[in-house]
Ligand binder design. Structure first.
Ligand SMILES: Cc1ncc(COP(=O)(O)O)c(C=O)c1O
Length: 373
């Protein structure tokens, strides 16, 4: 397992000597509005569900997602987070060479390494605002049997349109494309970008995490959708009851109330558009930091004057946990990512960043600087 995911609140609390609950975690990407209220109520009223075994294959939960998306339930699998699928796909599909469109979520590479699948990267560049070069991506896909694309991408926020992705898949029919749409529900008009409904494409699987949009990462729930032949290959590696009873029931309950889903998405989307703007404005005149455009609520930034580790430490002193992006392949020790929260917190972080950047570059920082930039 890789180390260095976001969200290590305990480490920061220990360092600055405060309570865990006083740390403001802006390093992990979760819905700033919190979960829909019905999830808490449902769990309170249905805790007894843990006294019995759930469906071994979580078929009811898959059907909820399939019905909501208007696809055949046979084209959907439910997992204990999309992480299960990320780590199973390289093995289940018998991949030998994988291509990752990066800089991207590090677990794709880790999952391939776990199954001895060779990886290469098609890296987007800061100077091009991380917009992918589709010809380069296509050339890389020709050499690979598995391609990971995160759409919108974590951590750059870059979004590729549906037509371009479909063209790639039609051009490289011997290559399987894994499109991770875990952050897509946050994007305005997400429905126009989603490939979930394209189950007729024989070389596509789509991952949809419930952790991010519904802010339930601790429940561990997510879906894979795709052609039935691909589902069968993944199912060989599925362990019975891997989605627990409460998790299955919570997700079923969400999809039993489909009329509440889109309004919740819309509320989230409107909220983050406003907050993104306010945060960018608060840092607009600040020297030494460049924010990259994003359609979601996490923002990548490049630092010109100090290292990511220094900024993390300085804002950490104020109780803010932000993501040092040095361990993303294709980024350097100059990149950080902020996951926005509510207005007051976002503006307080902006102020902490300004203060941190205004400090002299060589003011004390006890972290050992890494060897490469
Ligand atoms: C792009 C991306 N995909 C998938 C995951 C895994 O999420 P989960 O297993 O909770 O669905 C994450 C978690 O941070 C992520 O950033």
């Amino acid at each position: 397992m890789i180390q260095g995911h976001g969200g290590n609140k305990q480490q920061l609390a220990d360092r600055i000597g405060c309570r865990l609950e006083d740390i403001i975690d802006m390093s992990s990407n979760l819905n700033p509005l919190g979960p829909p209220e019905r999830i808490h109520t449902f769990i309170r009223e249905n805790i007894h569900l843990i006294h019995a075994l759930p469906e071994p294959d979580a078929a009811g939960m898959s059907k909820g997602f399939a019905d909501y998306r208007g696809i055949d339930p046979g084209c959907v699998m439910a997992g204990n987070g999309t992480t299960f699928f990320i780590y199973t796909l390289p093995l289940a599909l018998g991949a030998k060479k994988a291509l990752i469109l990066g800089p991207a979520y590090a677990d794709y590479e880790d999952a391939c390494a776990a199954h001895h699948v060779k990886t290469s990267h098609c890296l987007t560049l800061a100077e091009n605002n991380f917009v992918p070069d589709l010809d380069q991506l296509s050339a890389g896909a020709e050499q690979a049997d598995l391609v990971f694309i995160c759409n919108p991408n974590n951590p750059t926020g870059n979004l590729i349109n549906k037509q371009d992705l479909e063209t790639l898949m039609r051009r490289h029919t011997n290559t399987c494309f894994v499109v991770d749409e875990s952050y897509l529900p946050f994007v305005p008009d997400a429905e126009e970008f989603s490939l979930v409904e394209q189950t007729h494409l024989p070389n596509l699987v789509v991952l949809s995490s419930m952790s991010k949009i519904f802010r339930i990462p601790g429940l561990r729930t997510g879906f894979l959708s795709g052609a039935k032949a691909l589902i069968r290959k993944v199912m060989v590696h599925y362990q019975p009851w891997s989605v627990n009873a409460l998790a299955q029931a919570v997700i079923k309950d969400i999809y039993d109330h489909p009329e509440e889903i889109l309004p919740f998405y819309q509320q989230t989307r409107e909220f983050i558009v406003k907050e993104r703007r306010a945060f960018a404005q608060a840092l607009a005149e600040t020297d030494g930091i460049r924010l990259f455009d994003t359609p979601v609520y996490f923002m990548l930034a490049r630092l010109d004057k100090i290292l990511a580790s220094q900024l993390c430490r300085r804002v950490g002193d104020d109780g803010f946990l932000i993501r040092d992006c040095a361990n993303f392949k294709g980024l350097s020790y100059r990149f950080v990512r902020f996951s926005l929260k509510t207005n007051k917190i976002n503006l307080a972080l902006a102020q902490s960043i300004k203060t941190a950047l205004a400090r002299k570059q060589n003011s004390p920082c006890s972290l050992i600087l890494p060897g490469r930039f």
